[in-house]
Design a binder for this molecule. Structure first.
Ligand code: PMP
Length: 275
C-alpha cells in the first residue's frame, strides 16, 4: 500500500527552509484549520520546469491578500523555493503544491469588549451565502473565511465586529454571533434560514419567553434598523452583548438587553444538584 501523504520520503520547503517530509506539521490550534484562512496553488512541472511558475506564485500572494494576510515571501522567492524543492526531491515531472495559511498567532472571531456601553459594529462587505451554494447550517471552517475578512476590515476601521447581510440583502448575523433587536418591548431576530441557529440564541429566546417577552423570528430588512431601540448579539464567546451602533444606526443598551444579560449569566451556572 502507498504511504499516506504525511509519511513519505523527501523534503518540504517550510517557512524558508527545507525540512524532512514528516516534520512539515502544523499545530491543531491554527487559524487556517479552524477558519479556512488558507490559500494554495496547484502547479505542474514538465521536464524540470514549472509551467507558468511566476503566475502561480503571484496568484498565491494575491489570494492571501484577499483573505487579509500577507505571505512574507516575494513571488521570486516562492519561485526559487519551488525550484529547490523539485531539485532536492529529484523530481522533474511533478505536481507542486504551495500552501499558505494563517497560523497560531491568533484564534477566534469572537466579539468581546466594552459590554454595557455597547459594541460598535460595521456593515460587512461580504454576505452570508445562499444555502443552495454552501452548507450554511454547518459550523464548518470554510464558512468562516468571509467572517474573518469582514471582522478584520471592521477592526481596521475601529469597530469591534461587523454585521453581515445575507445573499438577499436581509439582516443575518455577526461574524461569530447571532443578532437581536428590540422595538416596543418585543424582540425581533432574523429567521436562521441561511446561518447558524446558535445555541446561545436558542437559550436567550427561551429566557426571554420565560419573562413573558415576545420573540418574533422573521425576515428583517436593513431599512428597519432605524426603528429598533436596542440591539444585542449572542454567542458562546459573546454571551449576551449589547450593541450601540451598526454603521449609521444607533441603539441604546436598555432594560431588556440588561435583563437578558443577567438571566443568561445565571442560566450558564451549573445547577445545584437536587437534594
Ligand atoms: N453565528 C456564527 C457564525 C458563529 O460562529 C457563532 C458562534 N458559534 C454563532 C452564530 C453563535 O452560536 P452559539 O451560540 O452556538 O455559540
Amino acid at each position: 500500500m502507498e504511504q499516506p501523504f504525511d509519511k513519505r520520503d523527501g523534503c518540504i520547503w517550510y517557512d524558508g527552509r527545507l525540512v524532512p517530509w514528516s516534520d512539515a506539521t502544523l499545530h491543531v490550534l491554527s487559524h487556517g484549520l479552524h477558519y479556512a484562512s488558507c490559500v494554495f496553488e496547484g502547479e505542474r512541472a514538465y521536464g524540470g520546469a514549472i509551467f507558468r511558475s511566476t503566475a502561480h506564485s503571484e496568484r498565491l500572494r494575491q489570494s492571501a491578500e484577499l483573505l487579509d494576510f500577507e505571505i512574507p515571501y516575494s513571488a521570486a522567492e516562492i519561485d526559487a523555493a519551488k525550484h529547490l524543492v523539485l531539485e532536492r526531491n529529484g523530481q522533474t515531472d511533478a505536481y507542486v503544491r504551495p500552501v499558505a495559511w494563517r497560523g497560531s498567532e491568533m484564534m477566534g472571531v469572537s466579539a468581546h469588549a466594552q459590554r454595557l456601553k455597547g459594541l460598535r459594529l460595521d456593515l460587512a462587505q461580504y454576505r452570508r451565502p445562499d444555502p443552495a451554494t454552501i452548507p450554511a447550517k454547518a459550523k464548518a471552517a470554510g464558512l468562516y473565511m468571509i467572517c474573518t475578512i469582514s471582522k478584520h476590515q471592521a477592526e481596521r476601521k475601529g469597530y469591534a465586529d461587523a454585521m453581515m447581510l445575507d445573499w438577499r440583502g436581509l439582516v443575518a448575523e455577526c461574524t461569530g454571533a447571532n443578532i437581536f433587536f428590540i422595538q416596543n418591548g418585543r424582540i425581533h431576530t432574523p429567521t436562521p434560514d441561511c446561518f447558524l441557529d446558535g445555541i446561545t440564541r436558542q437559550t436567550v429566546m427561551e429566557l426571554a419567553r420565560r419573562r413573558g417577552i415576545e420573540v418574533i423570528e422573521r425576515r428583517i430588512s436593513p431599512d428597519e434598523l432605524k426603528n429598533f431601540s436596542e440591539c444585542f448579539i449572542t454567542g458562546t464567546a459573546a454571551e449576551v452583548t449589547p450593541v450601540a451602533e451598526i454603521a449609521d444606526w444607533r441603539f441604546k443598551p436598555g432594560s431588556i438587553s440588561k435583563q437578558l444579560m443577567e438571566d443568561y449569566s445565571a442560566e450558564v451556572q451549573p445547577k445545584a444538584a437536587a437534594a
